[in-house]
Design a protein around this ligand. Structure first.
Ligand code: BEZ
Length: 283
């Protein structure tokens, strides 16, 4: 299996990009969430690469009005706009919006909370790449999307799905338990639904599911030997923060030891990402 990853087209480096200071409150998608926009940008070509195929699924048309929900530094907004569509892009992180506005002064970017969007029947499509797994209140986001779409409008999204980073989460849990700090579900900052679960939520709010898939995308982590530790320090803070500082190295080494047989190869760490992709139409 490890070798097939190397031959896989599913290399994904949409990683180590989110500097999340909100995991302590288990509210990583609140407006106070901090992003390192430059770090995000330095990795963006890979994000765009996968996001580009999502833009193809969106298939934007000239003259359409499209919302990019969770736009980051705006590169995919720009790709969508290249079709001739009119794009409005939102993100909860002001750092991202500032950087996006500098890069693409002709596009419209706004800081907004996806759980409480103010748009009313304005868009032909809502697009979202690699952000919805950070929002643990999917019903509120779906309600926002439903309101924002015109009747007949489409919602096209990709994010972490059921089983995403399962091996990593299991290893964190084992390692924390071993030092006397068992993991509580409330520490988990992520929402990784199955396509059945998410499709049901969409349909409950008047969005007809027309496409859904869940697929593995093993994701190469930067920084060689340090890749897994760096990923956990950056994204797993809501777990690690309860461990006293003098036990953290022991926990991180334990996690690496558990994961090395399956997620490490020839000096490179991978994360066991699984993605969900959906398309739905507002009835
Ligand atoms: C993801 O893109 O699936 C992801 C990123 C950071 C933490 C967890 C999941």
């Amino acid at each position: 299996m490890r070798h097939s990853w190397y031959g896989s087209a599913f290399y994904d480096v949409e990683r180590l990009i989110r500097m999340d200071s909100q995991t302590a409150s288990n509210s990583p998608t609140s407006l106070e969430t901090q992003w390192d926009a430059q770090l995000y940008d330095s990795k963006h070509s890979f994000v765009s690469q996968f996001g580009t195929s999502l833009v193809e699924l969106l298939s934007p048309k000239s003259g359409e009005s499209i919302l990019d929900l969770g736009c980051g530094t705006g590169h995919l907004s720009d790709k969508i706009a290249a079709s001739g569509a009119e794009v409005i892009s939102i993100d909860s992180a002001s750092t991202m919006i500032e950087q996006a506005s500098q890069h693409y002064p002709n596009l419209r970017f706004e800081v907004a909370d996806a759980r409480d969007l103010q748009f009313q029947e304005q868009f032909d499509a809502v697009f979202s790449n690699a952000v919805l797994h950070w929002i643990k209140e999917p019903e509120k986001v779906i309600a926002s999307i439903q309101r924002a779409l015109k009747p007949g409008g489409r919602f096209v999204a990709e994010f972490g799905g059921k089983g995403n980073v399962n091996a990593v989460i299991r290893a964190i849990s084992n390692a924390m338990e071993a030092v006397g700090y068992p993991v509580d579900e409330a520490m988990n900052p992520w929402y990784f639904p199955s396509i059945g679960e998410y499709g049901t939520l969409l349909e409950q709010q008047g969005l007809e599911l027309t496409f859904a898939t869940l697929f593995e995308r093993p994701t190469l982590l930067d920084d060689g030997d340090q890749g897994m530790q760096n990923w956990i320090k950056m994204f797993g803070n809501s777990f690690l923060q309860i461990i006293p500082a003098d036990k953290q190295t022991e926990v991180l080494v334990n996690i690496e030891n558990q994961l090395r047989p399956t997620l490490y190869q020839e000096g490179t760490w991978f994360a066991d990402y699984k993605r969900i992709r959906v398309m739905a139409i507002k009835l």
